[in-house]
Design a protein. Structure first.
Length: 667
């Protein structure tokens, strides 16, 4: 063992966050803070100096932050992530000999002991610091002044010497020029990937452009969709997500309700990508031209909507890649290309890509080129179809390559699959992820799932995006159900998660008829036919959606995930939770009736410290959905929700009311 190693007495363990032993980065968005904790300790009773070191990937110098002790050898520090880039962080610690001496001196003084010798020892510590400060003459001079004052104390002026030794200015100088003999640096440099705000907070609205025409029986276009933008913007969404807009294959084209054989007049599935008109970098001519698309993107931006495109890496038999790159597909013994199957289902209109091809480099470059093509046209949001059926190695390479030049991109992973695979994709770089929220319906299921997403290590890298429905999924709890069921799921999705989306207009118009018993698919699915929607229906949920999205925009408490807290209520059909902004500047309390049919009531027991409330004080709760206001006191309060009216309260803890006021004046 080398001498330098023998003198290292400090141990650094239990660093958090550290994703898979540092293999993957944690995630934050610009403007957030990043907190690191670690177990740092040494033999004996000496004081420690513990520092968090951080820098951007472009920087060479570290910024050091002194960590605070949490007790029991646990330490913490927080730094801001202000730039759209990756950061690096690590830890460094050493025995703080001056601080150890200082604390011992204080104890001896309090015990009334003679500290003359101790002052001479301390003066020597300061002399060495003055030498280390030689590059800063002013600081070196100040340290030398302290040396003189401490030595004067050792020579008989004890009170003055002690005052100098315990001076806070001296402590600050000693921390600026520390003795790092035996310092230990954590063996890893860990990473945090920083995304733009849209990755943390977004409201997605999915719409099929071909179903936007106001003329019955006529396919919609980008220009027709542009006329619907005011409708979408009025509901308060900030992302307009379009299913694949590429040419649709004609071979084995599916018909209505996924019929194996469609007629020539039927439009086919947009996910059967590619025809003689082009593939993933082409536009279906029936939707319009590239000029029309660019005009749509600009018009959407003018209304506060960012366009997101679907990226589905699969091909119809007519895709140009089938002829140009046959090696990118699997071939059966008879030489034909293997179409997609999920036995017993067969998808003859889709050819999956073979990520085990010998030409994997060509395939990877071709797929990355699809992203780059649309990025160059101004698209920075992508919903990626079934990424779990593609190579992990490809995604890690592709996303890192894209982020290197385009850190502003946001990728939503549509991977309804096993948890470990979903989490792996998030670690590999996907910024948001679909979740199991679609199927979590009971109070126990919701609490258990949200607790996992917000209180475990998953919260450091997995950003949920809650969808009550999708074109593929009409969940059982929304089949044949009343309006309240849709309203409740909307409010749950939009308030539990800062990222959420709906497939419309199917959702706001409460399309609830399944393809058949036991099927979570829509009858007359828009995936296979052009639908007509009556957006002016009086029972539409559009006004409720608009209100909910406005609440989300106006209240920072609803724009983060990790601030969620569930409160107790004595009724399992009622779910109560809160979200708070830092320093409790904004506090939202949500109560949802999970029963879409019957009125439910109960007594809620709030965790008052989570809301910054005292046990006896009066406070007002304002329902942001209806503007109704109630005066509550303490933790125990009554709630009642009739789903026929509204299945939820979204309360703002508006302001505290001084105790003793019998008739508060509300602002």
């Amino acid at each position: 063992m080398r001498v330098t190693e023998a003198r290292r007495r400090v141990a650094i363990e239990g660093v958090s966050p550290e994703i898979d032993c540092g293999r993957f980065p944690a995630k934050r968005t610009v403007g957030e803070t990043f907190t690191v904790e670690a177990d740092i300790f040494a033999d004996g009773h000496d004081q420690l100096a513990c520092y968090l070191r951080y820098r951007t990937v472009a920087q060479t110098e570290w910024t050091d932050l002194r960590m605070e002790s949490l007790g029991n050898d646990r330490w913490r520090a927080t730094f801001p992530v202000a730039d759209l880039c990756d950061y690096r962080y690590t830890l460094r610690a050493w025995i703080d000999r001056f601080l150890t001496w200082r604390e011992d001196l204080r104890k001896r003084v309090e015990a009334g002991q003679d500290v003359s010798a101790d002052l001479r020892i301390g003066a020597e510590h300061v002399v060495k610091a003055a030498r280390r400060a030689a590059g800063s003459p002013a600081d070196a001079g100040r340290l030398k002044v302290f040396v003189g004052r401490i030595n004067d104390g050792a020579r008989g002026h004890l009170p003055a010497g002690v005052d100098a030794a315990l001076d806070q200015d001296l402590l600050a100088l000693m921390e600026a020029y520390p003795d790092q003999t035996g310092a230990v640096t954590y063996e890893k440099e860990l990473a945090v990937a920083v995304d733009r705000e849209r990755a943390r907070f977004s409201s997605w609205y999915e719409v099929f452009p071909r179903s936007t025409s106001k003329r019955p029986g006529r396919a919609g276009t980008f220009r027709a969709l542009e006329k619907r933008l005011p409708y979408v913007a009025k509901m308060g969404f900030d992302v307009l997500y379009l299913p694949p807009i590429h040419p649709i294959g004609r071979s084995f084209r599916k018909g209505k309700n996924n019929a194996p054989e469609g007629t020539p007049e039927e439009p086919g599935s947009p996910w059967a990508i590619g025809s003689e008109e082009g593939g993933h970098t082409a536009i279906d001519p029936s939707l319009g031209t590239f000029d029309d698309f660019d005009h749509l993107v600009a018009a959407a931006a003018a209304r506060g909507l960012e366009v997101a495109l679907d990226v589905a890496f699969q091909c119809s038999p007519d895709h140009p890649w089938v002829k140009e790159h046959p090696q990118w597909f699997r071939h059966r013994p008879d030489g034909t290309i293997q179409y997609a199957e999920n036995p017993p289902k067969k998808y003859q209109d889709i050819y999956p890509l073979n990520f085990e091809t010998e030409d994997w480099q060509g395939l990877w470059e071709g797929l990355r080129g699809v992203f780059l093509f649309w990025i160059e046209r101004g698209i920075k949001l992508f919903r990626v179809d079934n990424p779990h059926t593609k190579s992990f190695a490809f995604w890690e390479w592709c996303i890192a390559s894209l982020r290197a030049d385009h850190p502003e991109i946001v990728l939503l992973s549509e991977a309804f699959t096993r948890p470990r695979i979903m989490y792996r994709l998030a670690k590999l770089g996907f910024n948001q992820s679909y979740t199991y929220f679609t199927w979590r319906t009971t109070k126990a299921e919701l609490v258990e799932y949200l607790t996992e997403l917000t209180t475990t290590e998953v919260a450091e890298y997995f950003r949920p995006n809650f969808w009550p429905n999708t074109p593929d999924i009409l969940p059982f709890h929304l089949q044949g159900t009343p309006r309240a069921a849709f309203a409740a799921r909307l409010i749950l999705a939009a308030t539990l998660s800062p990222n959420y989306g709906i497939y419309g207009p199917a959702f706001e118009l409460m399309d609830h008829t399944p393809l058949g018993p036991g099927r979570e698919e829509y009858l007359n699915s828009e995936k296979y036919e052009i639908r007509e929607w009556d957006l002016d229906r009086p029972d539409s949920l559009a006004p409720v959606i608009a209100r909910v999205n406005r609440i989300r925009r106006e209240h920072p408490a609803l724009q983060s995930m990790g601030n969620l807290w569930f409160h107790h209520i004595d009724n399992d059909m009622l779910l109560v939770f809160s979200k708070t902004a830092p320093d409790l500047a904004d506090a939202i309390l949500v109560v949802v009736n999970l029963d879409p049919t019957w009125t439910q009531s109960g007594w809620v027991d709030l965790s008052l410290p989570r809301l910054g409330l005292a046990p006896t004080e009066l406070y007002q709760v304002q329902d942001l959905l209806t503007d109704a206001r109630y005066v509550w006191q303490g933790a125990h309060n009554y709630v009642e929700l009739d789903p026929a009216v509204l299945p939820a309260h979204v309360f703002r803890i508006r302001r505290r009311i001084p105790a003793g006021r019998t008739y508060p004046r509300f602002e």
